[in-house]
Design a protein around this ligand. Structure first.
Ligand code: ZN
Ligand code: ZN
Length: 395
């Protein structure tokens, strides 16, 4: 009954929310600078009569109380930041903010959460408990808006028992959703290494330490550090992505800088690997006669999806969309700051299919031609509202 009502409302509001998505898409803002987006969300919540608080400068946290409001508390999260990419789509709602684009679909996530908010507010006499709406800034950039909101108490007063978040997937067909329990995305840490010697004449390498050669050895050897210390059953990847040093043919540079990323699927191995990488870097460089500085900037944790909650959510989604519409999410080495929430409370991070070859919406996220089949908005807002109104989960 309630599910049918929600489905009906999502259909009824589809056009309105496609308009909202196009407005957000045309006005993208970079991580932690989502001032207009935040204002827009606040206006919409005011219009729906939903009380809210502003947290972490641009974050907005709304509360909808249903019947017996303390019986069940569910959080729904939508991220709202855009990327430093110049949009190449020629749609009428193309980005009006030069060099900034909603290329990861966070405009869609915000829209789906606003849509769910409107539906939940309208049906609040039909469901029990409280829904916390988390409009989150800064997903695309360290330290991650999720970590800031958690520091500001978003998971307390009232404390949600579980949290749901969705992400568009342009590799998944329209009208499909995907779920998976367990570890679904990797941790991501940034590596910065500087190798220093006094430098010298290229014709007299014996009078200095060759930073270029040492850096080359280090890059090769770091690959083996990872492959020889990690269990072969445990996914993990280290990529050195930048090598900067030297500017002419006859000088051995006094400094070489390397940058890279380290990703893992296991928190224990992740921090053990940091120690190995640091020790190996310092000792290898030292053994070859130079000095090394290494900084590992700790980023997002792995995204762990509570198995029981995801199994449960998958069942709800199958009821909502039909069994054939629900697939298994693939594991990815990408990262998401949703992992901060799901390390503390049971989380379900699921995917919303947006691919439609006929409409040309198959470009990957973070590309200048990314776009979605807007039919996904009705599904995303209906699904989020359904989880908000019906998910029962006590860990
Ligand atoms: Zn992204
Ligand atoms: Zn994203």
């Amino acid at each position: 009954m309630l599910q049918q009502k929600i489905k009906h409302l999502a259909k009824q509001y589809k056009k309105e929310f496609i308009g909202i998505r196009q407005h957000l898409h045309a006005h993208p803002e970079l991580s932690y600078l989502e001032f207009e987006t935040s204002k827009y969300i606040q206006q919409k919540l005011t219009e729906y009569n939903i009380p809210f608080e502003v947290k972490a400068t641009t974050g907005v946290v709304g509360i909808i109380a249903g019947k017996s409001s303390s019986s069940r508390i569910v959080a729904l999260r939508g991220d709202m930041d855009a990327l430093p990419i110049t949009e190449q789509n020629t749609v009428p709602y193309k980005s009006t903010n030069p060099g900034v684009m909603h290329a990861c679909g966070h405009d869609v996530h915000t829209t789906c959460l606003l849509g769910a908010a409107k539906i939940l507010q309208q049906t609040k006499d039909d469901w029990e408990g409280t829904v916390k709406l988390i409009f989150q800034p800064g997903e695309e950039k360290n330290p991650g808006g999720a970590s800031l909101l958690i520091k500001e108490g978003v998971l307390k007063n009232p404390a949600p028992q579980c949290i749901f978040g969705l992400h568009v997937n342009p590799q998944l067909g329209i009208s499909k959703l995907s779920f998976r329990g367990g570890k679904v995305m990797a941790s991501a840490d940034e590596i910065y290494i500087t190798i220093k010697s006094k430098g010298g004449h290229a014709a007299a390498p014996h009078l200095t330490a060759d930073t270029i050669l040492i850096a080359s050895h280090l890059i090769v050897s770091l690959q083996q550090v990872i492959s020889r210390n990690r269990s072969p059953l445990q996914p993990s990847v280290l990529s050195i992505t930048s090598f900067r040093g030297g500017h002419t043919t006859n000088v051995i540079p006094s400094e070489v800088k390397l940058m890279g990323t380290f990703r893992a699927m296991d928190e224990e191995w992740r921090f053990k690997a940091h120690d190995i990488i640091k020790k190996h870097t310092v000792e290898l460089v030292h053994a070859m006669g130079a000095e090394a500085d290494i900084l590992i900037d700790v980023g997002y944790p792995t995204v762990y999806n509570n198995e029981a909650l995801n199994e449960y959510a998958k069942g709800i989604a199958q009821d909502f969309m039909g069994a054939e519409a629900v697939e298994e999410t693939e594991v990815r080495m990408g990262a998401e700051d949703f992992g901060y929430y799901s390390q503390i409370i049971p989380g379900c991070f699921f995917r919303l299919g947006t691919a439609n070859a006929e409409k040309g919406t198959t470009s990957g996220v973070h590309t200048p031609t990314f776009n979605i089949d807007e039919d996904a908005i009705e599904i995303g807002m209906g699904m989020m509202a359904t989880f908000g109104a019906t998910a029962h989960f006590l860990a």
